[in-house]
Design a protein around this ligand. Structure first.
Ligand code: CMX
Length: 472
């Protein structure tokens, strides 16, 4: 179902601050004081025991990172400052032109991540406008660099390179080099970089996509009056106004695509701190590398097939499976295909999770998007296969007996929905994930500097230390 609109107001703040930076500044004294008090009085409280098993299995269950905005419950899924996806769909403001019928704006989510508060309509609009103003121009050196990259370079590599190149624009790096700022002020410059980085992502994304499909010629233009997701859609050539409308979408289908981007980007922003892209951004940022370098590193992690690239792999998988089976309704043939993959010691992309132990609520949200538009999706065999698979694959994976979570994760559905509307460049799909994921880890980076979280430096163990601990 589409979003049920609820008029909201800031739940903690008694006064309304329309500017995000001012709202963050307002929240700082209380948060700093709280954390300082906890550090001073409770530093000896035990969080848990780290086992040799945890050391040897990618630090599973090792609770050792502070993360402000999101927590992941193995059974319930993600919460954004305590709110579920369904809460966010009810409470976060959407685009004014949707009159309460569309998805919430990722900008509204960004406000929630950064402040812990549900933004009012006005606050959300203000942030949309601020991002549009900041994102109107891509630095010319980054634009030239992107133009010069080989067309067949993976789009995620192009995204990482573009972001790293913007380190030249970093206000934080400049101020730090000048020696003109003290620790307490770092966050203000990190914030400026973070907002500038998020703002320019639609442009980078559009540029990478146009290189892939249109010889680098723009497919649309950036409209400063419109929201961040709309501009992503336009620059992909998917809107009726502001773009060449590559697939001749009707107004309604184009609006649906814009809302798909809003939904997708709104719920992919963060998945607490331990996932590879978020953790990498936080780790690199802890060395005071600026947000461009930090998030460029996060993107390189997101580009791994066990993480974000699974979205691309799922589409490839569905395309291949559809060709292999007589009918996507043929359960026996689908099962046989899955066994063939498992028996050749490969993973089924889009299934399993390091933390979740139930179906991913983000997957359900993407599925709901299709259920709300039955006519749109009913004749797409790949979308039907994706849905059938979500019932068949858990049974097969359970029988296989290795995977701790046999259920679909978010990557199961997302790519194939973009593909449905015409984004058929498989390698490109994860770039849209990269747009969304910026919001969570980079909000954390702002708070890391506000709270003075130090450089991250866990202790490693060599084999002889482990043997000694095990008394071997
Ligand atoms: N298909 C086949 N085997 C799988 C599997 C899957 N989808 N998921 C896990 N397994 C296997 C693991 O490879 C592991 O095998 P070994 O013991 O031989 O090493 C075993 O089951 C146990 O793994 P686990 O503890 O259940 O899962 P992990 O925490 O190690 O890994 C994840 C989690 C996501 C990497 C894994 O489930 C996977 O590879 N899934 C497929 C790729 C994917 O969809 N990734 C996207 C995740 C979401 C995201 O980050 O975007």
């Amino acid at each position: 179902m589409l979003r049920h609109f609820t008029q909201t107001r800031s739940i903690h703040s008694t006064r309304t601050l329309f500017n995000l930076k001012a709202a963050i500044a307002d929240a700082i004294p209380k948060r700093r004081e709280e954390l300082l008090r906890i550090k001073k009085n409770f530093s000896d409280v035990k969080v848990g025991d780290i086992t040799v098993g945890s050391v040897l299995t990618g630090m599973r269950g090792n609770q050792s990172m502070y993360w402000e905005s999101t927590t992941l419950d193995p059974n319930e899924g993600i919460r954004f400052h305590g709110r579920t996806i369904a809460d966010c769909q009810k409470m976060l403001p959407g685009a004014p032109e949707d009159n309460g019928d569309g998805e919430f704006l990722p900008e509204s989510m960004l406000w929630l991540l950064m402040t812990g508060e549900i933004p009012t309509e006005e606050q959300s609009r203000q942030l949309t406008q601020e991002l549009a103003e900041r994102g109107a121009k891509l630095p010319s050196h980054t634009e030239k660099l992107l133009t010069s990259l080989p067309r067949d370079m993976h789009p995620m590599t192009q995204l990482a390179i573009a972001l790293a190149s913007m380190n030249k624009e970093s206000i934080f790096a400049k101020k730090y080099e000048e020696g003109s700022i003290g620790k307490k002020d770092y966050w203000e410059y990190i914030y400026e970089d973070v907002l500038n980085l998020i703002a320019v992502l639609p442009r980078i994304t559009g540029k990478i996509y146009s290189s892939l499909v249109n010889d680098g010629e723009p497919l649309g233009h950036f409209n400063v009056e419109k929201d961040w997701s709309y501009n992503i859609a336009s620059l992909l050539g998917m809107t009726v106004r502001d773009s060449v409308n590559v697939h001749s979408l009707t107004k309604e289908r184009s609006n649906d695509f814009v809302n798909l981007i809003r939904l997708y980007c709104g719920i992919h922003v963060d998945h607490e701190g331990g996932n590879v892209s978020a953790h990498t951004t936080h780790l690199v940022g802890s060395a005071l590398s600026d947000p461009y370098l930090s998030y460029s590193s996060g993107i390189m992690g997101l580009a791994g097939p066990l993480h974000g690239l699974a979205a691309q792999e799922v589409v490839r998988f569905l395309v291949e499976m559809e060709n292999d089976v007589d009918s996507v309704e043929n359960v026996k043939q689908v099962e046989d295909y899955l066994w063939k993959v498992l028996n050749s010691n490969r993973v089924i992309p889009g299934y399993g999770h390091a933390v979740l132990r139930k179906p991913d609520p983000r997957f359900d949200a993407m599925l709901n998007f299709t259920e709300a538009r039955p006519q749109e999706f009913k004749s797409n065999a790949k979308v039907q296969l994706m849905k059938n698979l979500s019932k068949i694959a858990p049974r097969v994976l359970q029988k296989h007996g290795k995977t701790k979570n046999p259920y679909p994760n978010v990557d199961s559905a997302s790519g194939i929905l973009f593909h449905h509307y015409g984004i058929d460049q498989l390698l490109f799909i994860t770039v849209i994930f990269g747009c969304s994921r910026a919001m969570g880890p980079l909000s954390q980076l702002v708070w890391d500097r506000i709270l003075g979280i130090p450089i991250e430096r866990p202790k490693s163990l060599d084999l002889s230390s482990i043997k000694k601990l095990c008394k071997i």
